[in-house]
Ligand binder design. Sequence first.
Ligand SMILES: C[S@@+](CC[C@H](N)C(=O)[O-])C[C@H]1O[C@@H](n2cnc3c(N)ncnc32)[C@H](O)[C@@H]1O
Length: 278
Amino acid sequence: MTAAAMVAEFDDVAGWTADAVEELGVRYAIPAACRGSASPAALAWLAEACELSAGTRLLDVGAGAGGPAAWAAERFGVRPVLLEPMQAAGRAAARLFGLPVIAADGARIPLRTGSVDAAWCLGVLCTVKDKAALLGEIHRVLTPGASLGLLVVVAGSPQSLPGPEGNHFPTQDELAGLLDRTGFTLLEQTGRPDAAPLSWSRRVEQVNAVIAARHQSARAYTLAARQGERLSRLLATGQVSMQLIHAVSRPAPNTSFDSGDGTSAGPIFEYVEPELRS
Ligand SMILES: C[S@@+](CC[C@H](N)C(=O)[O-])C[C@H]1O[C@@H](n2cnc3c(N)ncnc32)[C@H](O)[C@@H]1O
């Protein structure tokens, strides 16, 4: 995931978002840091489907600026761990919410096998070429029978319009096959539930306005805006749709769960956790 447009969309904008929230106030943080991926209704559907509760260790893979995980911590009392490969996005999540963020690729999660109670992966699959590697690795770190909540942009009719650069949207059949092959049972699925209420979307708009005022002339701003417009056009014309999915992890028949500290890779970088709330 190195296309300049994706770095602009996921990294530059995340950093700018944290700066804008610092100016506007902490109540802007969660809506602004869920940008483009989820409404409170979508998050509630996923949280209820995954039966999140106080103390659940929730791994958010591709957590971005951390809004969904922070929402789950605030509303359901989960203990989130965020995983995000983009440095500015990870730092934004740590700055905004003081949550632990691991800087890593989802295909190589530096956590122990079977160490996580539940996982979310929201708006990430379509940005990843090797979707099976990502899902397989999430399966490895989940306890058997654990829930996976997904938000996936699914391709419907053949795309006649250009999509956001670097995105590869799976069809419904491809997605179902991928989940099955990587050890998940798809339990339920719904199209995106109700849009965000004005109380939420107005805050997002205000954050957007601050970002535009500060960065409109930056190349990264133009690239990120084009990514958003392309996705919006595909959604508006029905060529892709946003789907919420609840899957559960089946025990892997040929994998013996290790007892020690075997991990797939890499160091864990936890960002310093300065409190944003002033
Ligand atoms: C559309 S954003 C969604 C962010 C967040 N999940 C949310 O809902 O607000 C997609 C995120 O996936 C991350 N991502 C892309 N490739 C990834 C990979 N291989 N492993 C983990 N995360 C990845 C991006 O850096 C970006 O933060």
